[in-house]
Design a protein around this ligand. Structure first.
Ligand SMILES: [Zn+2]
Length: 502
């Protein structure tokens, strides 16, 4: 099968290419781009590209589809409090694989329709992910038509041992209830990952598995080291969370006597395939270590605002040599997977963090983080993330006659500051048109959404009981949040640096 997009404005976002589009034809044969330039002849499908922009599909490099069931449910909670409800300690339900499928399909449909062609979905199931649940996630992405990298997220320490001061500030009776649940069995999780790599890695030419030990304070060093060995063996990402909140900055010092980044470095776990979600409360030394390692971070700028977590010093990390990607984070802490919203926020927030305009992100930088930066974080930098001959054909087509692009001054600025995703006419993934004219072509969206709505009352009836059980921790976790935020952690800014350049 071949697709020819004729006479479009093409923004390749290839390394070294500028951020201005060039007029060209784009030829797709099979799953790859085979020509960008003048193309003679016809193709199986021809898209009239005149008045349209073709660009790489956006990469959502950190997302948690399980939270889709809590979209719009919570507000004004710091991370450690919000987690009590979205990732409950007590009384978590084991979900039916069909509900797992529906919530994943919901995320995949929204992602595809709003310009993401590739997502990294870090999937945590309580109490443990079953093979059937993981199958359901893969099936949803295969059916809707996205490229995706999907985990196995794990925590193998008792939950209260992952939060500083919990042993001191949570009443003993509540601690006993939490401790009775124990922690995940690391060996069983590693066996689950080996099985997942064997069954799913490379599926449909666009789906991969990755390891995702939750965080260095939530996992044992032995588990993280074995997870890294598995990631290396399968050329897959090692995906984790570090320094999202100030509580976590206190954690490093309290648990290990060093920052969590220094701890990762000491364990040999800072590598190019390491992706760190958030990376907000990093010290200058942390940034230098991350740059030397050439690791990746994901800037989850909307989620970080909603949870009051802070703002990652992205420009400084880019300069240090860190690869930066963008993510929506979970659908409960950003309430949407729409990457145009994430880009918009990423383009703006640094400007209010510092008067030093040298540390603000340009629209072009934002676009590069949202495309090739994301592909590198998924270990797919050679395959996708830019429009180049030989790469996988993952791209979106946008109508330049819409309000967002009229009048058109600078395409990069319009993409970051004006567009919402509403101008998208086609989404092409792996050489196939997966969405067109605002519709996903391979699934019955209305039927899937209706089925999910129907399943929600029973789910929520049980979830409300779970919320009540975990609400008993709420005041204690808020107190821990306040206590940690009063401490000095060697990071001189509140979220970003005020230092004026010299
Ligand atoms: Zn996350």
């Amino acid at each position: 099968m071949s697709i020819l997009i004729r006479g479009a404005e093409v923004l390749t976002l290839a390394p070294g290419a500028g951020a201005r589009p060039v007029t060209a034809d784009v030829l797709i044969e099979g799953d790859r781009i085979t020509r960008i330039g003048a193309v003679e002849g016809e193709a199986d499908t021809v898209i009239d590209g005149r008045g349209k922009l073709v660009m790489p599909g956006l990469m959502n490099s950190h997302m948690h589809s399980p939270e889709a069931l809590y979209k719009g449910r919570y507000d004004n909670m710091p991370l450690e409090v919000w987690m009590l409800y979205a990732y409950p300690i007590l009384g978590a339900q084991t979900l039916d694989p069909r509900l797992v499928y529906l919530r994943t399909a919901l995320c995949a449909i929204e992602s595809l329709k709003t310009g993401s062609t590739c997502v990294t979905d870090d999937v945590y199931e309580s109490p443990n992910q079953t093979p059937e649940q993981l199958d359901a996630v893969f099936q949803a992405y295969e059916d809707v038509g996205l490229r995706a990298t999907i985990s196995g997220h794990v925590v193998d320490r008792p939950f209260l041992d992952t939060i500083p001061y919990a042993r001191e500030m949570v009443p003993a009776a509540l601690q006993a209830e939490a401790d009775a649940l124990g922690a995940a069995d690391g060996a069983a999780w590693l066996a689950h990952c080996r099985d997942a790599f064997a069954r799913h890695h490379g599926r449909a030419g666009r789906l991969n598995f990755m390891v995702a030990p939750s965080a260095p304070q939530r996992c044992t060093p032995a588990l993280m080291e074995e997870a890294m060995a598995l990631a290396e063996a399968h050329d897959a990402p090692f995906h984790t969370h570090i320094l999202e909140t100030k509580v976590q900055a206190v954690t490093g010092r309290a648990f290990y006597g060093e920052t969590l980044i220094a701890y990762m470095k000491r364990l040999g776990l800072l590598r190019p395939r390491t992706t760190i979600a958030h990376s907000i409360w990093v010290t200058d030394e942390d940034i230098a270590l991350m740059g030397e390692a050439g690791c990746c971070i994901v800037h989850n700028v909307i989620s970080n605002q909603k949870l009051g977590a802070g703002v990652a010093p992205v420009k400084r990390m880019l300069r240090a040599g860190v690869n930066v990607a963008l993510g929506s984070d979970g659908v409960s802490t950003s309430d949407t997977t729409r990457m145009f919203a994430v880009m918009h926020a990423a383009g703006l927030i640094h400007n209010v963090q510092t008067p030093d305009d040298d540390l603000w992100l340009t629209a072009e930088e934002v676009l590069r983080c949202a495309t090739l930066g994301g592909a590198r974080s998924a270990c797919l930098g050679a395959e996708t993330g830019s429009l180049e001959v030989g790469k996988k054909a993952d791209m979106i087509v946008l109508d330049l006659a819409t309000v967002a692009f009229t009048p058109l001054n600078d395409v990069a600025n319009h993409l970051v500051y004006c567009e919402t995703g509403a101008s998208i006419t086609h989404a092409i993934v792996n050489g196939e048109i997966m969405a067109e004219g605002g519709r996903c072509l391979r699934v019955d969206e209305a039927a899937l959404l209706a089925e999910l709505r129907e399943a929600m009352p029973a789910f929520l009836a049980a979830h409300e009981k779970t919320e009540a059980l975990n609400r008993r921790f709420d005041a204690h976790f808020r107190a821990i949040h306040r206590r940690c935020n009063g401490e000095d952690v060697g990071v001189t800014r509140l979220g970003n640096e005020p230092a004026w350049r010299t």
